[in-house]
Design a protein around this ligand. Structure first.
Ligand code: 8YV
Length: 315
């Protein structure tokens, strides 16, 4: 029996790779020396594209695979998929929601704590002998009891807020609508007002053209010299140039970032800033969650080829 043909855009953990290879004929775009040549050779055979959240499937890739009927995303964000072209051509799109929510929230909170309490620098302090040589580690800033602003109270935003409530933090959020008395959290419609209110501003909203640079220079300055921005969503939600400038001259106190424009090749100025914590886009990166994401990706592919309802369709 011939196996369905898929185009794989990025690498998956070994176990998922084996299962994909067993079920499908997989063309690996991520391993191709010449991506254009591979697409020219196999594009017409491709029946589904399997990609990752940050890699997506752009117009050119979809054009190169005229017989694809599905773009299956390993990740919750579908901002890198050209949804309009997919809609026009009747191409279905799936993602892997819910299974990663808890881990993304955990890492966001871990980043806040690590940055506020200097956890990374303190480890170096011990290892490089500073503790014996210089004595006490510089003081950090308190987290518990302070004010958190959640920009985007979707699944991940709620999971972050629930965790922060456990730290006795005062929680406010901004979203398209006021979710009326949700757990006593305060709705603040305007992101600038939310930022002014918050000591810690969490960026947890799904990226789209409408949210591009929603964390603007004004929002960044409203968080201010004593505040911190934590981003576990997409780089495009923040005006990165304004962020780097504000971190550089102290208009923003600190940032903790899991996502970057042009990642993994991030702006080299980040590497010189002492007040930013840098993470390699791994908020969903636990064995448990990645296993569940891989399963859901395959479930969507399998359902598509069997002509069944897709478990987690976007469109
Ligand atoms: C990545 C993500 O897909 O869920 C998302 O939108 O960006 C991530 O979970 C993951 O890093 C795998 O590449």
């Amino acid at each position: 029996m011939t196996k369905p043909v898929i185009l794989q855009v990025g690498a998956y953990p070994e176990q998922d790779q084996q299962l994909l290879d067993a079920a499908f004929t997989v063309h690996r775009l991520d391993l191709a020396h010449d991506r254009t040549a591979l697409l020219a050779k196999v594009g017409a055979d491709v029946q589904a594209i399997a990609t990752r959240g940050e890699l997506g499937a752009d117009h050119a890739m979809i054009d190169a695979c005229p017989n694809t009927g599905l773009v299956a995303v390993y990740g919750v964000g579908v901002d890198a998929v050209d949804l309009e072209i997919c809609r026009d051509r009747g191409i279905r799109v799936t993602n892997t929601p819910d299974v990663l929510t808890g881990d993304v929230a955990d890492l966001g909170v871990a980043m806040m704590l690590a940055q506020s309490r200097g956890v990374i620098g303190a480890d170096t302090w011990v290892r490089d002998g500073s503790w014996t040589g210089k004595g006490l580690y510089p003081l950090g800033r308190r987290v518990f009891g302070r004010k958190a602003g959640i920009l985007g109270l979707g699944r991940i935003g709620r999971a972050v807020a629930t965790r922060l409530a456990g730290f006795g933090m005062d929680i406010a959020y901004s979203d398209l609508t006021d979710m009326q008395n949700i757990k006593g959290w305060t709705f603040i419609a305007d992101p600038v007002d939310l930022a002014r209110h918050a000591d810690f501003l969490f960026v947890t909203l799904a990226a789209s053209p409408a949210t591009r640079h929603i964390v603007s220079k004004d929002v960044i300055e409203a968080v201010g010299p004593e505040g911190m921005i934590i981003n576990v969503s997409r780089a495009s939600n923040i005006d990165e140039q304004a962020l780097i400038a504000a971190l550089g001259d102290g208009r923003l106190g600190a940032a903790a970032l899991d996502v970057f424009e042009g990642e993994p090749a991030l702006d080299p100025r980040f590497l010189k800033l002492p007040n930013v914590l840098l993470q390699p886009h791994h908020a969903s990166g636990t064995v448990e969650t990645r296993k569940a994401m891989g399963q859901l990706l395959r479930d969507n592919l399998t359902a598509f080829f069997a002509g069944q309802d897709l478990p987690t369709p976007i469109q």
